[in-house]
Design a protein around this ligand. Sequence first.
Ligand code: F6P
Length: 342
Amino acid sequence: MRVGVLTGGGDCPGLNAVIRAVVRKGVKEYGYEFVGFRDGWKGPLEGVTTELGIPQVRGILPRGGTILGSSRTNPFKVEGGVEKIKANLADLGVDALIAIGGEDTLGVATKLHDLGVQVVGVPKTIDNDLNATDFTFGFDTAVNIAMEAIDRLHTTAESHHRVLVVEVMGRHAGWIALHAGMSGGANVVLIPEKPFDIEQVCALVERRFEDHYAPILVVSEGAVPVEGGEMSLVSGEKDAFGHVRLGGIGDRLASEIEHRTGKEARAVVLGHVQRGGTPTAFDRWLATRFGLHAIDAVHDGDFGTMMALRGTRIERVPLIEGTGELKLVDPQEYAEAEVFFG
Ligand code: F6P
């Protein structure tokens, strides 16, 4: 059996741990050969491969990113893409594929499986918004990075009596903001699932100052104000302190808070730092187990499935379960964090 492996979408700490586990178990227990596909679906689409065996996976467990490279290429958006992939897999003698990725990558895997490609999926995203699995690897690392940033920002907030707004990733779901905010002791957490009222946010900021503490706000990049509660400053405009803001939600929020409360505010955008560097122990553990179970699924011929963490068990679920809808923050869990607001 020759198995192709690819990683698609945004990079994520733990990708290399999956690749290592797949290859180690595949070679040692099943005697399989592997083909590494470069840069997500671009690899099978263009037939770009790299050697993948025990020597290539040695020492990669703690490394962030992916040794296979990644891209957001979607073969369904390329004319004749599916036929090209099938032809390349046949030419390379690849019998089965393991696709490691988020909603888009696994969405492609689902459709390819329906068209006869033997594929098994492994879910990944730092955003933790993939359905069917309790957690995705990469999330814990991202939360820890954000939490450490919040811990460090407390000192500047307090010393300078400033509002600190920390913008974290999460276009559609606020999991990183919620978990990092709760772990870091944030005074306000704003997430895409719950549009915020800027007046309420400013009231919480003022209340925090009344207690002689400086507030830290954590905001998901996808958070939005409630309808009709639009913020008055637009990006590029000078705020009350003469700063020109860049235009992300963190910057806009900091401007608006300064404007409305007269308190100095700064925004810190964590950006891709959250996806970089070495995975935490939890993410290495989860990614490794996903890899071990994915190669077992290939061995069992259980294609069209993806690995999912359910409690402490790794289970196989149909790929479609993970790719239909996103897993959004549970309102009850958000309500728990609200106890600490202000
Ligand atoms: O992996 C998901 C994610 O981290 C989102 O939270 C973020 O919006 C996006 O990736 C940004 O990715 P890139 O800048 O690589 O397109």
